[in-house]
Design a protein around this ligand. Sequence first.
Ligand SMILES: Cc1cc2nc3c(=O)[nH]c(=O)nc-3n(C[C@H](O)[C@H](O)[C@H](O)COP(=O)(O)OP(=O)(O)OC[C@H]3O[C@@H](n4cnc5c(N)ncnc54)[C@H](O)[C@@H]3O)c2cc1C
Length: 404
Amino acid sequence: MANSATARLGSAQHTSGAGELRERIGTFIRTRVIPAETVLDAGGGDATGALTELRGAARAAGLWALPLPADLGGGGLAFPEYAALAETEGASDHGPAALGSAPLLDVTMLRRHGSTRVREEYLKGLVAGEIRSCYAMTEPGAPGTAPLLTATRAEARPDGNWSVSGRKWFTSGAAGADLVTVMARTGGTARDRDGLALFVVPTGSPGFRVVRELPVLGAAGQYEIELDRVVVPADHLLGAEGYALAIAGERLALGRTLRCLRWLGQAERAFDLMCERAATRNGARGPLADHQLVQQHVFDALLALRTTRPLVHEAVALIAAGRDARTEVGLAKVAAARMLQQVTDSAIQVHGAAGLGPDTALPSLFRGGRAARILDGPDELHITSVAGRVLRGYGRGHGSPTRG
Ligand SMILES: Cc1cc2nc3c(=O)[nH]c(=O)nc-3n(C[C@H](O)[C@H](O)[C@H](O)COP(=O)(O)OP(=O)(O)OC[C@H]3O[C@@H](n4cnc5c(N)ncnc54)[C@H](O)[C@@H]3O)c2cc1C
């Protein structure tokens, strides 16, 4: 990150305001979080210990929970202010957890759609990092791209509570979470969005269990979970029956945009590693940097970074303004995921075998880039929904969307 000025130029967000805070976050990520990445990636007790230590250090440095609401104990930064920092914080995949901003999506969702009891019982604990939450939509037996096919069932009990049963997988952070938000069908058939609802389920409830860990290209953090007739209090339903897809859509728009910002930070790290290697590795005819085919990698990576960043900030601006950002989030998500995969792949290529070995962060950055093209909806889903929306606009005689 130290030599990343070239990749960053061209972003207004990076040349004005909030500079001092961004510097402090950058230093924390570089000197504290990145050196702990190998331990954190491996999971288990050592990872938990390392994360606890990092969180203590973040609190002591005044960098804790910056985008979380101030009245709940967070730093109170508005979304556009945080967006200008999220790239720096997200340069390590572990940055948001270490700095306490990871619960932003859950806190935003529970604050808007949770009952008084849910808000009072959980929000402050989530912001303080005393309790942890996760989100379970994807199921082993149904395509994650088709949530209407959700097989997890919630049945109303005579006492007014709910009984939830089903299996979810790739639930990030489920082991060690205190709460999981679960999408379940309360009624209707597979084409009926009114029959879907979201429930906040305390993981200590009888009938909840973590079935197994699902390492993603070797990295820890994803889990399969089972709910077997878990009794969920009536006031742990979010919004109302039939609101699940609307709430999930709101959450995903914010979540995808945050991820794009973090992927920019990770790609910039890979870009720096690639350029440093090209400039310092000498072959028979001088440094790698003198080879035109190496220069091609550098050019294409820089182009991908620079053309993706404005798309992501367009999505940020629309979300911050409360406007419809579906097209912009879809464009940004596909562009940022492809960009991260491309830049990390090029950086590995320029390193040769060293890029696949244990001495650089490139394998883990590349893994993130590969997963990026699937999580939060695969590329194809965004491509078909953006293109479909655009084409329907033409069908209705609307103007060209090419200028946003
Ligand atoms: C690292 C990681 C973390 C994750 N974290 C979470 C989490 O915390 N909570 C959670 O609920 N889920 C999580 N997921 C799951 C993720 O959101 C889903 O994997 C994703 O939405 C795709 O669903 P699926 O895997 O069921 O794929 P499917 O829906 O089965 O799709 C498989 C493939 O079919 C093709 N396809 C699908 N739809 C279309 C289409 N419309 N047009 C053309 N082709 C299509 C695509 O190639 C797609 O990749 C995570 C996944 C990963 C990898």
